[in-house]
Design a protein around this ligand. Sequence first.
Ligand code: BGC
Length: 358
Amino acid sequence: MQFSSVKKILTVAVSVTLMSFSLPSEAQKVGISLPNPDKPRFNLDGEVMKSEIEENGHEAVVKTADRTVETQIKDIEGLIDEGCNYLVIIPVDGSALTEVLKKAKAKNIPVISYDRLIMDSDAVSYYVTFDNYKVGQIFGDYLEQKLNLKNTSDDPKYIEFFSGDQHDHNVESFWNGSMEILKPYLDQGKLLCRSGVEAKEGTYTPNWLPDEAKKRMISLIDQLNIGPDEGKNSLDAVLCHSDGLAIGVIEALYTNAGYRKNNFPVVTGQDCMVNNLKYIKRGMQSMCIFKDARVLAYSAAHMVLQLINGEPVQVNATESNTPDGKNRIPTLLCSPKFVDKDNMRELIEDSGFLDAES
Ligand code: BGC
């Protein structure tokens, strides 16, 4: 698989920092630990990183967990034991790797936290991710516009919130970014949540599982008598933090509430998975955040190569991974994009993303 187009689309403004690890004279082994086998997030990321690292003369070993912390810890231990000199990790649970990463630190193995921040560990050297607060703002701006919330004479609109896994640090950023825009409308009563579940804690979806989202949406439909027909209560929007969650919610809205493409509530998503792109085309999902796995993985691979070559590591932010905010990790933030049916062809199809994904 060729990823050369990515090199052209990777444009990030960066400042520079340098950490001192000793310079190797021979090919290095990079261990990549993925949380689940889903495409495009995160399996495609693993493929791109491996290919870029190997094109540059080093070895990359990819291990893919099954969404469980136990498997991921075993994977990371395996990567350390088989002599990896660098680790790139997308955590299943950001707070569950503290112990295993002590082993990496003891062996002086630089650890790059990828996409999701690894919490409570001083073994993390760098973090590379998308701007996840911005993701939340994109959700908020989109809903503000689609639901016409600025227009004061309109009737209130009804929304439900479906957040990701509570152990994923990104969820906090998605939530905060979207609430910067939506909270004032909730406070004014222009946006209403029939379930009353407006605090982040009530909206989490364990392990980002579509089935969990589906179950919760079905129970809301039943409890609140939601549907498009006479005598039912309306629902205007569902803010879903990911495409996986959107799938569960869309299935429930279609099958259990009877919504069809001409009256479907606004449903958001993230990742541009093949099935969700189909839903967007059919008018059942409204938009999607596009996190181009190729861009992020290319950035991470080059972060590792900069470390290997003793070059300055390109970053443009810092993120803290401790509750006291003190442990600040040099971070490279990439820009998320917005996709709907109008720009899907250009961003997803013409850019070759769909071919890479399938
Ligand atoms: C990622 C999202 C993804 C979600 C579920 C988050 O950490 O940033 O892109 O949708 O995990 O896999």
